[in-house]
Each structure stands twice: as C-alpha cells, then as structure tokens.
Design a protein around this ligand. Sequence first.
Ligand SMILES: [Zn+2]
Length: 445
Amino acid sequence: MPTLILPSYLITTAREAPKKNWGVRVIDDRIDDIGPNDNLEAKYPDDTLIDATDHVLAPGFVNAHVHLYGVLAHGIPLPGADQTGGGGWAFLDDFWWPLVEDALDHEMICAATDWVCAEMVRSGITSFYDILEAPFAIPGALLAQKQVVDRRGLRGTLSFESTERVSPENGQIGLRENADFVNHCRAERHQTLVEGLICFHTTFTCSAEFIKQAFALGEELDCSVHMHCNEATFEPEYALKYFGRRTLEYYDELGVTGPRMQASQCVQLSEREIEIIAARGIRVTHMPLSNCEVGGGIAPVPQMLARGVTLGLGSDGYINDFFEVMREAFLIHKAGQQSTTVMPADEVFYLATEGGARALGWDNVGRLAPGYQADLQLIDAVFPTPAAPYNLYDQLVLWRNHTHVRDVMIAGQWRVRKGEVLGADLGAMRARVHANAERMWAKVK
Ligand SMILES: [Zn+2]
C-alpha cells in the first residue's frame, strides 16, 4: 500500500535548503515521489496518509563506523590499566585487546548487537557499518551477528577485522570469515539488507603480504577493503620506523590505494597523506567522539572536505546517539581551527546522512528522492524558537537529541513508531547485555 508522509519540513539532502510543507510518497522499499504536501494529497487520494505536522522528515542517519560489541566495555572496571594510554599502543595492548576483543564469544556479540541496533534505530540511525574484532569468535561470528541485524531490520555492512596479531593462521581465518560472508549475503540479497566486505586491522598488526592479500580478495569479490588508519600518532610513527614512510605513503607503495579503500579514523595525517587520500579517491570515516576518548587528536576533516574527499561520520561504538556525534563534529573543528565558520550545521547533517552512504559505497541511500531507498526519520520540530529554512540545520544539529526522533522507517518498513522500537523487549535485551558484560568483566576482576 503506497504511503504519503506529510511533514512540516522535508530534507531531501542537506546539500539543499529544507523544503517547507513538502512530503514523500513511499511504495514498497523506495521513495516513489516527492512534492508539496497539497499536491501529493491531490495526486494520490487513496494512499495511506501519515500526518507529520510539526516534524522534520529527513534521511535516516548512516553510522559509517561502529563496533556493536563495544557496548560491553561501557563502564568496565580497569584496575591498573590505563584506558586512554595516549591513544596508542597501551590502550590496545593493556586494555582493549586482552580484556575486550579476546574475551568475546558469539553470545556476547549477539547480545550487544541486538541492544545497539535498537539503540541506534531509536536515535534515527537506519544503516551502519560494523567492524567486529574478536579473534577467538571465528569462524561463524558474522553469520550469528547477521541473524540479529536481520531481525531488527537495519541496513548494514558487517565485517570481521582480520589481523595477524594472534597468529598468521588466525589472520587467514579472519580473511576467510569476510570472504565467505560477502558471498553468503550476495546469495541472500533479496531477503536481507546486510552485506559484507573485506576488513583488516592496521599496518602494525598485519604484514605487507597480508595487506596485499586482503586487497586482492577485495578485487576478486569486487567489494570495499576497510582498515583503521592513523587513529593516533602511534601508527604513522610505527610506519616511519619500520617502513621508512608514513602509513598512507606505505599503502601507496604497496599499490593498494584507490577507491576500493575505506579508511576509518585518519586523525594524524601529513599534508602528503591528505594528498594521497584525495588523489586516490580513498573514502574516509570521521569519529570525533572516540578521537577525544583515546586522546588521538583532531582529524583534519575540513582540509579533507576542501579537497573533495568522500567522508562520513561514525560513532565507533562509543556513544551511539548520532545527535551527539553530529554535535561533536560541529564543535571540535571550530575549537581546533579557532573559527566559527568551519563545519556549518548543514555540512555536518550531510556527512551524517548522504556523506556516510557515499563513504560506504552506497549510491541509493542517504537521500530522499525518487528511486532512493525509503530509509527515513521524523524528528520533532517544536523548537523553543521559530524554525525556518535558514536555521533548520542548526536547530536539528544543536538542539535535538534521540528522544526527539518519533518514527523511523527502513526500506519502507516502520521500525520505530512514537519513539518505541517495534518488536523490541528492551528490558529483556538489557538484562542479556548485563549478564554478558558481567561475564566479560569477570576476567578483569
Ligand atoms: Zn573503530
């Protein structure tokens, strides 16, 4: 049954001004038409009508980098371990690797995935890219995770972060986990919104041969290849010490840089590295909140945008409310560059939606226009001060939060109505995450 959604404002893409009293028509999983509310009502009198007066209809947020399992580490006790560790080796070696990643099993992963999917869709996130880092949970971890995501109905790319940190053999099992999953999702593509890609960790946990193998696999399967890149000073310093050049120069020399490359973080970049990213068409994800958490620095995002780099935003599994992520992206570069004009609200909203979709290689998501996927959200627009097309992006980015998201649709299906995540028993889901966090934390205690 075709549905008309008639809001007070429509954001088709944040590259354009919001349209007052415009709406959309949805048929099946797609946007069929857009136009002034009056015209749509006259044109399609038999459609189901959703009155969204006093709401903004916008594309759903694209969380372009998350670790769903990360919720299990929220509040973990850390006797003697330094959580921040200057953003480098200590954070990983003393804390994240032994106490979090290495402890994960399928039940922990599934409990966390279910909870965070609900949390994300509740805050208007309709699609995401996840990186699972759990060397002792393979094989089969991605398939277990996919079942949960399918049930929640989110659109997502799931990946396993293969690494030679544990052993070369474990690295091979990790690559195979990804390749098998890519093929599995393709075989099921008419029944699922989930897909895969090839993912490896970094230049300091993977050998040159392994990295080349990952890219060869990406080429063979014609999919993206993802890695974490220069999250702090540690990686470029390591690359300089062991390879005689910085991280992206090293990748360039290995012959793997190009549009297939999806590099997350990119915080500590030299001028030359920014040039390589722009020239090779490397896609980037920016995570301002977790950059602060690990003391990694301030990513040169305005500089990359000025060079035309395709860039999205991610929560990194740290704080998964995308309004918080947008606010930090809006604020941190103003502080960093001592400028009030850098990273305006419309740019930030674009990165949170269409920019993220492009960064993940999706060309039919992130915009509300005919032919695009019906991934959308209705946000309460009763602000304390008058809203207008000229200030609407500021109103949304600065003065809304997840509680203002009323309804969320993914691929034409309602997943949140009146602020309730449909089909989710949040109490039971929370209890399950609790029990699994207790299990993980017992190792620390
Ligand atoms: Zn990450």
